[in-house]
Design a protein around this ligand. Structure first.
Ligand code: UD1
Length: 362
């Protein structure tokens, strides 16, 4: 019997852990599992709603660390998580993605000699001004088993000197959640309630410090959105970080065609993505979801840690200059929708491969 401790902290973690827990629950004779929520995200709309939408079991342990500077948040998670690990003595700790909770918990385990599995290993933007890049680099160095979503990630880990036997290509587990949730998402009244037509609107998300913490950058992006909204209505679920910055910078938006709404739950957001004519984002996960769904995506960043979404998917990296955003989005609106790409290992069965591999390493 293997004792597994799963860690979640922030919004993008939930759809990565849900399929793995569901898969392990099918083998109760092989695995016992406990879920730790660090509390990095804590608002109803950033956390609790995802547990319901993804049928994720309630956390067994909630650390309640909340927001703070990077050092404060990371340190609080480490202090609280160390006690949990000493108490629980798991065989494996499973961490996902690249948020502060991921690296904080990996570091605790490495020092205690507890084995770490990292889901979504090997992604690199090569941009160390991104907090996530630091988290990715360190977590991958510490992990005992590195599960990758795409072959470029395997190659990168090998280049960094990680032993081949620690690396396993399993595909994209977040796509497992998407595939499982799509029928439910399609039955939601989301579009209807927002007065949107399928393929008749653009979807926007922004929360990266490089876009929303810099007043000039954020104002330029908002200017571009206002121009584009005259061509096609835009819907923009606003992350709490971005909402706060809009207030700080006095960026008022009063435009019926640029719809600012609360952060959406998993199912409502999936419906919005599925039917968008195009997506403008700085999210990591959304580059992958749009690629899987065949929805054109413009990424408002100078780089991506997910190059396969550009080479095989529907993603274009365009930076955050106002004129470029307008030009590229107007151009996309004229083009036919792309074919839905097939990306190896993005097939709804990554969790099966992950759980099988973990079981073998007992
Ligand atoms: C974090 C992750 C980022 C991920 C994003 C998804 C890190 C370094 N960053 O960024 O990789 O893409 O989550 O959302 O781990 N806040 C609330 N309510 C909440 C959570 C946050 O109001 O439930 C506000 C707080 O003012 C907080 C700010 O949002 O200070 C930022 O939260 P934080 O967890 O530090 O980073 P994110 O920008 O959410």
């Amino acid at each position: 019997m293997l004792k597994i401790l799963h860690v979640v902290g922030a919004r993008p973690n939930f759809p990565k852990v849900a399929p793995i827990m569901a898969e392990m629950a099918r083998s109760p004779q092989r695995f016992t599992q406990r879920l730790v929520h660090t509390g990095q995200h804590y608002d109803e709309r950033m956390s609790a709603i995802f547990f319901r939408d993804l049928a994720l079991p309630q956390p067994d342990i909630y650390l309640g660390v909340g927001s703070g500077s990077h050092a404060q948040q990371t340190a609080r998670i480490m202090l609280a998580f160390e006690e949990v690990v000493l108490d629980e003595r798991p065989d494996w700790v499973v961490v996902v993605g690249d948020v502060n909770s991921t690296v904080a918990c990996a570091l605790v385990c490495a020092k205690l000699g507890i084995k770490i599995a990292h889901i979504e290993a090997g992604l690199r933007s090569f941009d160390r001004t991104m907090p996530e890049e630091i988290n990715r680099l360190l977590t991958d160095q510490l992990a005992d088993l590195l599960f990758t979503p795409s072959p470029d990630a395997d190659e990168q880990l090998l280049r960094e000197g990680i032993a081949a036997e620690r690396i396993k290509f399993v595909g994209n587990v977040m796509i497992d959640s998407l595939v499982a949730a799509l029928p439910l998402a399609e039955s939601r009244p989301t579009l209807h309630e927002l007065g949107l037509q399928p393929s008749g609107y653009g979807l926007v998300t922004l929360h990266r410090p490089s876009n929303v913490d810099d007043p000039a950058a954020f104002a330029g992006i908002v200017g571009a959105l206002q121009t584009l909204a005259q061509e096609m209505p835009l819907v923009f679920p606003v992350h709490p970080r971005s909402r706060q910055r809009m207030l700080d910078f006095g960026l008022a938006i009063d435009d019926a065609r640029l719809l600012l709404i609360e952060p959406q739950g998993y199912l409502d957001f999936l419906q919005l993505t599925r039917h968008a004519r195009l997506v403008l984002t700085d999210s990591g996960g959304l580059q992958e979801e749009t690629s899987f769904l065949g929805v054109p995506c413009l990424t408002l960043r100078p780089n991506t840690e997910r190059p396969i979404t550009v080479t095989l998917g529907t993603n274009r990296i365009i930076g955050n200059q106002r004129e470029t955003i307008v030009e590229r989005a107007l151009d996309l609106m004229q083009r036919p929708m792309p074919a839905r790409p097939a990306i190896p290992g993005w097939d709804g069965h990554a969790a099966t491969r992950i759980v099988a591999a973990l079981g073998e390493r007992a």
